[in-house]
Design a protein around this ligand. Sequence first.
Ligand code: HEC
Ligand code: HEC
Length: 465
Amino acid sequence: MDKNRKHSNHYAVMLLCLTAFCACNEDELVIKNTPADSMPSAGTATVYNIGQSAYDTPAPWVTGDLLRRFYAGDLLYDRNRGTEGGKGPLYAGSSCGSCHSNAGRTLPSMYTPDSGSGTMGFSSQLVYITKQNGGFFRNYGRVLHDQVIKGEKAEGKLAAWFTEETFSFPDGETYRLQTPHYRITDWYADSIQPEDLIIDVHIPLRHVGMGQIMALDPDELRRLAAQSNYPEYGISGRLSIISERNKQYVGMGGNKAHHADLTVELGFSSDLGVTSDRYPLEVCEGQSQNIGYSHYGIQITTREMEDVDLYMSCLGVPARRNVNDPAVKRGEANFFRAQCQLCHTPTLHTRQDAPVLLNGTRLPWLANQTIHPYSDFLLHDMGKGLDNHVRTGSAYSYEWRTTPLWGVGLQQTVNSHTRFLHDGRARNFIEAIMWHDGEGAVSRELFRRMNKQERDDLIAFLNSL
Ligand code: HEC
Ligand code: HEC
């Protein structure tokens, strides 16, 4: 009871601060961004905020009780959990927002200017560990939990270093590609031999359009996959099919399109070490250091998790900006000339029926919308350079889901960095494009052969998304 009262007071204060803060800030920003120069990205869920909270603004139809639950979910999402909040004993982040700050991508510590090489404190990445034969290590699971509450030992610590090569465009401008390399030190128990181990590091994904992604029409994606066959460009996208509990789903979420939902339960369990009805055991269950660990029990309710689900589903999608700028218009034409749209599909539609959340709440506003995600949500062979050597769901190690590009131009404003690709190795748009290989090779080559003006214009277009 007491605890609840404390939360609701805290929540009321937060709500006041949030509304007060957003109201003044947003007005200012919306006026600068005249609707004439912008374009809706997600139908009625489009928002015109171009500031730091551009990814973290409720859709305009989120009002009344829905808005109250949106902020309750936002709070649960961002609140740093202490041990009393059920965090740990082992975890990867203290809150969802510690990795997805402002509903975006927190800058991973290994890419901060002063990190250099060596082991990391809190990294804001997910470090996946797999055996060479594809299996998991006993008692470690798939995610390396590198954070711990007092008195525990982390499963291990990630160390990263980089090699770098310089290349040039035909017009002489140079660019450099950086390849990350990883090692794990300080294993908590049995040391794992490097030759048995595959390390796969992912930076967080932006939450732009999560509700719309989950409301995509699987039949439209099926048709897209059937059409996505362009032998002249070496492109053939593949639908990700997930089999779970004897049912089949079309995967849309995650870099391997290996999720068919917003993974809230999994996130709380595996990333934060918070138990729920679905995952009642701590993630470190079975580790010798935690035998007899006494804090079992349910640390977050499905109602609370549904609020987090609702929060992510009801986020607005930032409108496109500067759409009448001549450079942006030329850049858009160049995007098509380079055939980027064959994977980064500009327009898709959501289903006719309303999406349903964890506890059955329906969101009719997400149905039947024309959206501009700039992704086909299919898997593509992206070549050797991006191969992570692990099979995930139905995706082969060299296959990745086309990253949706809506909101990508605001990542610098929202998260103060321009790290791209699944592991953040690209430092800017040019590097992200130049890493495209396999099915993306023709597109990359078409971009490489453009002159500087054409390349700059294409990037101006990406910045307008
Ligand atoms: C330690 C950092 C970390 C924490 C903590 C974390 N995430 Fe993530 N999240 C990631 C990474 C990394 C990915 C990308 C995984 C991949 O490659 O598919 C991701 C992906 C996601 C996605 C899929 C996005 C998409 O575009 O499909 C959702 C949804 C998500 N996280 C929700 C959550 C929620 C909810 C929580 C809190 C319960 C949470 N995350 C906590 C790092 C984190
Ligand atoms: C064959 C399909 C395909 C084509 C063609 C393609 N892409 Fe991609 N793109 C992808 C995939 C898959 C990823 C994710 C790769 C990863 O994270 O390792 C990606 C990632 C990106 C990213 C990084 C996004 C982020 O937030 O991390 C950018 C930017 C991008 N592509 C731009 C382009 C541009 C510009 C073109 C045309 C010159 C293009 N792509 C052509 C499939 C494609």
